[in-house]
Design a binder for this molecule. Structure first.
Ligand code: PLP
Length: 403
């Protein structure tokens, strides 16, 4: 079958491949522990569901304005003022079908063929494919375990140039959980300010899941960057609303208008009654968000402690999101490694580890190569403490057996 050439630019998601294999094994009756999914395991809070149900019952089931209902835009404006001290007008706000669509709209709106987009690695899988579909070229800045998977201003000076069109920032980060402190954000902003034609997109989807550090938005930190920064956020992670498909952005009105036009020729408006749920989520008391954050922090500590002190693994304690990203370069020196490589038939370190772990210990994790870092793997601790204990106990057995 002849398909479009643009498909050659993108890859099937390795996260989905691992999930599919884990599901196959589950269907065979195997006791799989899944650390693959990037979504909170909590139910959506009741008051949010009630608002959507009420909307449905009242017949709020028709098309809405493409970029979102005025009531939701107002709730987002209030959120940006409350949490980020950012002032937007309604024509600077767009609501889309998840943060993913909002990012997609953004890159289609600003990238021409061959434009350079600079992104720190490890990165969230979809940035690369979205940028490529938009015709852009990804330039990665590889961060290291030693730097806590964070960029320095020097990294920016070395990698960003006058020809860079967009810089992507994601803090707290998927997949590492690395979270920049306010001072670090100010330092990055100062470095980025030197490139007057550069656009910044900050993906704040994990903003509410930070542990022991304040999260400062780069647009809040820098008045100079503000007119050329698009702030992307969404309801999925903070309110456990992944299936509702609601994300949003605030930014310069010309870019937002362009994103609106692109969305108008693809999905049109995000689902009408989901938007009513989002209004309730953003306007109501925010205690449910904090309650979930506290549970995540406890799980982070548990998972971190269980993974620490394993020979060959270096684990960095993240300040945000719900992922751990151990570096496993040291495991390749284990006596059992060559045989594991043979048994799995894989060649890259993270894939050898994750394939072996799934086949032999029934634990699903995502190989680091999915995020542009071969010597690692990602676990999502958005699952119960009992599952974390069981799954990471198996990881310990698996690693110990290699030595
Ligand atoms: N950005 C990052 C870093 C993510 O991890 C995700 C989801 O996994 C998204 C954006 C998109 O989330 P959604 O489309 O559900 O809003």
């Amino acid at each position: 079958m002849q398909l479009a050439r643009r498909l050659e630019l993108i890859e099937p998601s390795p996260t989905l491949a691992i999930t599919a294999r884990a599901n196959e094994l589950k269907a065979e009756g195997k006791d799989i522990v899944g650390f693959g999914a990037g979504e909170p395991d909590f139910d959506t809070p009741a008051h949010i569901k009630a608002a959507a149900i009420e909307a449905l019952n009242k017949g709020f089931t028709k098309y809405t304005p493409v970029s979102g209902i005025p009531e939701l835009k107002q709730a987002i404006i209030t959120k940006f003022q409350r949490d980020n001290q950012l002032d937007f007008k309604p024509n600077q706000i767009i609501v889309g079908t998840g943060g993913k669509q909002v990012l997609y709209n953004f890159f289609l709106a600003v990238i021409n063929d061959g434009d350079e987009v600079v992104c720190p690695a490890p990165y969230w899988v979809s940035y690369k494919d979205i940028v490529r579909l938009a015709g852009g070229e990804m330039k990665l800045i590889h961060t290291t375990f030693e730097s806590g998977f964070k960029l320095s201003p020097h990294d920016i000076e070395k990698n960003v140039s006058a020809k860079t069109r967009v810089f992507i920032l994601n803090s707290p980060s998927n997949p590492t959980g690395a979270t920049y402190t306010p001072d670090e954000i100010r330092a990055l902003a100062a470095a980025l300010e030197k490139y007057p034609d550069l656009l910044v997109v900050t993906d704040d989807i994990y903003e509410k899941l930070a542990y022991g550090t304040d999260v400062l938005n780069i647009a809040t930190a820098s008045e100079k960057l503000r007119p050329r920064t698009v702030v992307v956020n969404g309801l999925s992670k903070a309110y456990s609303m992944t299936g509702w498909r609601l994300g949003y952005a605030g930014g310069p009105k010309e870019i937002i208008a362009a994103m609106d036009m692109i969305q108008g020729q693809s999905t049109s408006n995000p689902t009408s009654f989901s938007q009513k749920g989002a209004v309730a989520a953003l306007n109501a008391e925010q205690q449910c968000v904090e309650d979930m954050r506290v549970v995540f922090e406890k799980r982070r500590d548990l998972a971190f402690n269980l993974l620490s002190n394993l020979k060959g693994l270096r684990v960095f304690k993240p300040q945000g999101a719900f992922y751990l990203f151990p570096d496993i370069a040291g495991l390749t020196a284990a006596p059992g490694w060559p045989d594991l490589k043979k048994r799995t038939g894989e060649t890259d370190t993270g894939k050898i580890f994750s394939t072996g772990l799934l086949n032999e210990k029934l634990v699903a994790v995502v190989p680091g190569s999915a995020f542009g870092y071969e010597n690692g793997f990602r676990i999502s601790y958005a699952t119960s403490e009992a599952q974390i204990e069981k799954g990471l106990g198996r990881v310990r057995e698996f690693v110990d057996a290699l030595w």
